[in-house]
Structures are given as structure tokens and as C-alpha cells.
Design a protein around this ligand. Sequence first.
Ligand SMILES: *[C@@H]1O[C@H](CO)[C@@H](O)[C@H](O)[C@H]1NC(C)=O
Length: 314
Amino acid sequence: MALLRKINQVLLFLLIVTLCVILYKKVHKGTVPKNDGDDESETPEELEEEIPVVICAAAGRMGATMAAINSIYSNTDANILFYVVGLRNTLTRIRKWIEHSKLREINFKIVEFNPMVLKGKIRPDSSRPELLQPLNFVRFYLPLLIHQHEKVIYLDDDVIVQGDIQELYDTTLALGHAAAFSDDCDLPSAQDINRLVGLQNTYMGYLDYRKKAIKDLGISPSTCSFNPGVIVANMTEWKHQRITKQLEKWMQKNVEENLYSSSLGGGVATSPMLIVFHGKYSTINPLWHIRHLESSDFPEHVYAQKSATGKLVF
Ligand SMILES: *[C@@H]1O[C@H](CO)[C@@H](O)[C@H](O)[C@H]1NC(C)=O
């Protein structure tokens, strides 16, 4: 009797395995891009890689987001998958915006960001309430939002891209680096521009160096800051280094000790990143970022205005 039950169990197990294999094959087949007939000629390398681009769509800034998406989409032949991130109550509106515009052809997913993850991590700052918009912190949580991709691009909604996003995506991340950013003072002209529009380009502008926790970091206040409005990130490395946890720690510390210079634009989301990524990031080719600043019709088409968050638009 016992033997019979064993055999039954083995048979059941085999049946389950077979089912799993069939199921896996089915699903797998569905995701493999179809190539018309000729299997031999197309090696995997030739199949177009999907570029995941994360961008937020805040309720009052939907137009900016659509302009950003349009600027990316209309300047590349690459196969882009847009992850449009919003809060729960705006998700249907985002879908409508996209589907009722010429952007309906884009490949996109709408992703919900739950602001509850920020509970107790944001310091109420009545002077610049717009900076507390929860979506500003989406960039801290990239691996929670994106699962199928190792390399990901994040863009602020106030960015207008005039180059091919493929070039940005091809940015090389050094081994052990979870992200690449563009430095705020890579080119001499960048400093002049920053001064012109009153932006900070050193750590001093974002961190309160009178606080012990900041002094103890041992980072020179004149260190050039970077701009986390454009990120090329490696999700594997991000998870490995627990970047999200580290960023959360520095948010929490700020709630307790008020470590960041709140008077300056972009401070809330930028400061923790400056700390966590200090000395540990790759750089985005400054020419990709700045190239447009050098065009002759500067400044109208280049970084026409400072956005609500005081960030440089390019
Ligand atoms: C991402 O990081 C992992 C772990 O360091 C590394 O093996 C992989 O090659 C990196 N991928 C990219 C696209 O940089």
C-alpha cells in the first residue's frame, strides 16, 4: 500500500513538472519576438533591445510629462518602453492623456507609486511644498517599479531630450557603480550657466555643513554636485548595494536632524543621492547633456526655462 502511494506521488510529481514545462514553453514563445520565417539570419544580438525609460506624471504636470515623452520618442528609432509613474488617483487620467494624443503609438506601462513608503521619511517643509510631491522620490525606488530590466533610464518630467536616447542608454556604467549622472560642473560653461540661472553646483548647496552628521561624511563642501534628474541605473547593482535602503536612511536622518539646505531648488530628493552616491557613480557623457546648450539658438530651444523644481531643462 505504501509503495503504491509512493508511485502515485511520483506520477503526480511528474505530471506537475510536465505541466510546468508546457506552460513555460507557451509563455516563453509568447515573449520571443517573431521573425518572419528566416530563423538563421537573425541572431539574438540583432534583435532590438528594449530601452526602459521611467518618467513620472504628476497630476498638475501632465503636459510636461507628455512633452518629455514626445521629445524622446520623436528623436529616436530605438524600441522604448515607457514606465509612466503616477499616484493611484491619476492613473486613469494618465492613460487618457496618452491614448488621446499622438503618443498613443508609444509602448508604455502605467505604474502606481504608493506614497505610503515615504511615511515618516519626509520633513514637512512649508516654504517649498512642491518639492514634497511624493513622485520626486520615485527615483529612489526604481527596482521596486521595474522588474524585467537590468539597465534603466530615469528622467525628470521637466527634461526635454533633443538627442537620441539610445546614446544615453549606451552610457557605460563602471563595474560596481549602480548609476550614472551628469556632473553639474563638467564643462566650464556649465558653471557659468549654473551661476546665470542661480543653481547650485557644489555639495554645499544641498547639505548643511553645520550639522555633525554632514561634517562626519568627510566630503568637501566644494565637491561638484551631480544632477539626479537624468539617471542611467543598473538594477542588479542597485539592489546589491541596497541603495534604496541607504537613501531611506538619509531621508529619515533628515527628518530627525534637518540636514539639508531647504532653501535651494531640488534639495529634497537630491541631497540623499549626493551622499549615497558620493564617489560611486559613473558619468553621463557631458556632451550628451550639454550638446544642446551649444547650439546657436540657445537659449530658446535648449533649456528654455527653469522648471517648478528649479531644475535645468535641456
Ligand atoms: C550590472 O551590475 C552587475 C553586477 O555588478 C554586472 O554583472 C552587470 O554587468 C551590470 N550590467 C550593466 C548593464 O552594467
